[in-house]
Design a protein around this ligand. Structure first.
Ligand code: SF4
Length: 373
């Protein structure tokens, strides 16, 4: 039986980031974005003609562009592609006139400098980077948002995902939603998703605005617990995060569903069971008894990605059978070849960041440095 390589995002997805050069776009969050001139009429319909044609002709997915879904499907994990097929069906039934799924970064203001992130996605990270940084993090304004949306058909839009920076610490997200409402987009047909670091709460105006949506998914970006969390999501404080997560649980309306989104890297691959146990015991359902799901994905764009693991570190992971079995659900670890070429880079990165942040990885992972020396 031939494999169906169909991907809804290639045809009806939009991953959009505001940059110093304007709007940069790709089919989904796992693919590199490219600058697009949104002042062209029908720019959406004209996007990626080769990629769309190949996908409609059921050509295998591009090994580089779509490595995230390819890796997930190798370990029978539900990839983003398969998730959208479950939600929307195995094919498109008519000509796509506009996006169904919009993932958007309006600004990179962030109060955290998470170890797996970087200066292009977090304004605070600029303080800790060794890269030469020119200018401030780009922040889109209402004119930029209007420009982005003026030449696309929004009739089919059913999902909006707002990412940052940290989307809940500025008004940008409400400006976008109120702009869509002004453009007569029916918010009651839309699922609204946020990835938030859980460091801040929202006002009654936002809680009321969320009531107008079909569903709101609030994903708390949490990779670990306690000291592990505080090291990886610096300068996030574990107790403050937990207080805020409980506040949201008590304040949101029934159409707001809560989730935990975990990114697996070299910093937490050995501690997967700790977060799973904490979630089960402390944050397993909402006030309306909807389950709080824990989603997991692998980190891709960081020196701390699992592909840079050393042999010693991999052997250490294999010793903890239960945790290793949990890891195998998220990545084809058996196909991973330890890469000693990056050991020094990984070690120097950790040492540099510890010095700049006045932190130590020994606060929760005493063995780490010995694995890369
Ligand atoms: S990475 Fe997955 S979801 Fe993204 S375009 Fe490729 S197949 Fe589609």
């Amino acid at each position: 039986m031939s494999i169906n390589y169909f991907c809804h995002d290639i045809h009806a997805g939009l991953n959009v980031r505001w940059t110093t050069h304007g709007w940069s776009i790709s089919p989904c969050c796992f693919t590199e974005t490219k600058y697009i001139d949104v002042n062209n009429k029908d720019w959406f319909i004209k996007l990626w003609p080769e990629l769309r044609k190949d996908n409609l002709n059921n050509k295998p997915l591009d090994k580089n562009l779509c490595k995230s879904c390819i890796n997930d499907e190798k370990v029978n994990k539900q990839s983003r592609r398969l998730g959208e097929i479950i939600k929307r069906g195995e094919k498109i039934d008519k000509k796509i006139l506009g996006p169904k799924y919009l993932e958007i970064s309006l600004d990179y203001t962030c109060n955290q400098a998470c170890m797996i992130c970087g200066p292009s996605l977090s304004s605070l990270w600029k303080k800790y980077t060794t890269n030469k940084i020119i200018g401030n993090s780009p922040i889109s304004n209402n004119k930029n948002i209007e420009e982005l949306l003026k030449n696309i058909n929004l009739d089919e839009l059913d999902t909006i995902q707002i990412i940052g920076g940290e989307p809940l610490i500025t008004e940008k997200h409400t400006e976008l939603l109120l702009f869509l409402e002004k453009k007569l987009v029916d918010l009651s047909k839309i699922e609204l998703w946020y990835h938030t670091n859980g460091s801040s709460r929202v006002g009654k105006d936002v809680l009321d605005l969320w009531k107008k949506f079909k569903l709101v998914f609030l994903y708390f970006s949490v990779d670990d617990i306690g000291k592990g969390f505080e090291y990886q999501r610096f300068p996030g404080q574990w107790d403050e995060l937990v207080d805020n997560m409980i506040w949201f649980k008590n304040e949101v309306s029934p159409n707001v569903l809560l989730r935990i989104e975990r990114t697996v890297s070299l910093l937490n691959a050995h501690r997967l069971l700790e977060l799973e146990k904490w979630k089960k015991e402390n944050y397993n359902s909402t006030k309306f008894n909807y389950e709080v799901f824990l989603n997991t994905h692998m980190s891709h764009y960081t020196i701390l990605k699992i592909e840079n693991i050393s042999k010693k570190h991999l052997d250490f992971l294999k010793k903890d059978k239960k945790n290793y079995e949990a890891l195998l659900k998220f990545h084809p670890m058996h196909q991973l070849i330890p890469n000693k070429d990056n050991n020094e880079k990984v070690l120097n990165f950790i040492k540099n960041q510890d010095k700049k942040r006045n932190l130590s990885i020994n606060s929760y992972f005493t063995e780490f440095c010995s694995f890369y020396q």
